[in-house]
Write a protein that binds this ligand. Sequence first.
Ligand code: GDP
Length: 300
Amino acid sequence: LVRLRARLARSQNVFGQGLLSLLSSDQLDEDAWEEIEDTLVTADVGVTAAAQIVESLRTKVKVLGTRTSADIRALLRTELLAQINPELDRVVHTEPRGESPAVVLVVGVNGTGKTTSCGKLARVLVGDGRSVVLGAADTFRAAAADQLETWGGRVGAPVVRRDEGADPASVAFDAVSRGIEDAADAVIVDTAGRLHTKTGLMDELGKVKRVVEKRSQVDEVLLVLDATTGQNGLRQARVFAEVVNITGIVLTKLDGTAKGGIVIQVQRELGVPVKLVGLGEGPDDLAPFDPEGFVDAILE
Ligand code: GDP
């Protein structure tokens, strides 16, 4: 966890430190406030949230009249935390229900890190002593099932797959069935993420969920978003949110960007908590999203 935090800090604190130094400037005039707002927008916090943060900081700085750097850091920390909404439920529900495995559907556009996130999540659970079945329901990309199989071998989880072009819903169904037969603790299903047409996606994902629900309750639908894709990622997220009921977000590639403000924007837009963050390509580079740790890393 310490290592993850260090990695997060390295990529994020460019933005946090920039803000702190702007806020600590001797002259907090109109230009300075504008620059602070721009910095927030550049970090993908979102225009509305950036304006709110600046407004609130301005008022507080004026009212309190205090300008020590410790005070300013504390004010900024409070503002960012309030925007991240520490109250949201961030538990990834992967506890088996009696005899039935927990079922997690992982959705998102290709290239965002969906398959990698399935593998990493399996690794966390297996590391915790739980048995996991992986389902390769991304049958449109030949490499996807191979990739998931590699992850399965690496983390010790069987992979249910079929030939390329097979019906994703039936693979998902088989994976859940296998999980039930094996009395596994969790089934993680990697779904296809083509975003050619919204209707196609809707049909496909909707069907996967409906078919799986014939066999089991679905405990989590995790949407994988690439933190480096900014507004584009948000547009994708909106489409997915219309199609399925998303229970949490996995924000990947936070290690490669100083645009961690996307955490704020995504939650505001979708009203869904960021539950996990991807901080690299390795098996251990997945961490629970901890708002306080995140904000502290930004302001380190
Ligand atoms: P999918 O098409 O959505 O299933 O995406 P993949 O899981 O194949 O991932 C696409 C690429 O992103 C791969 O090269 C992954 O190694 C990489 N990737 C996934 N998650 C992360 C992350 O958190 N950080 C970094 N730096 N790379 C990641």
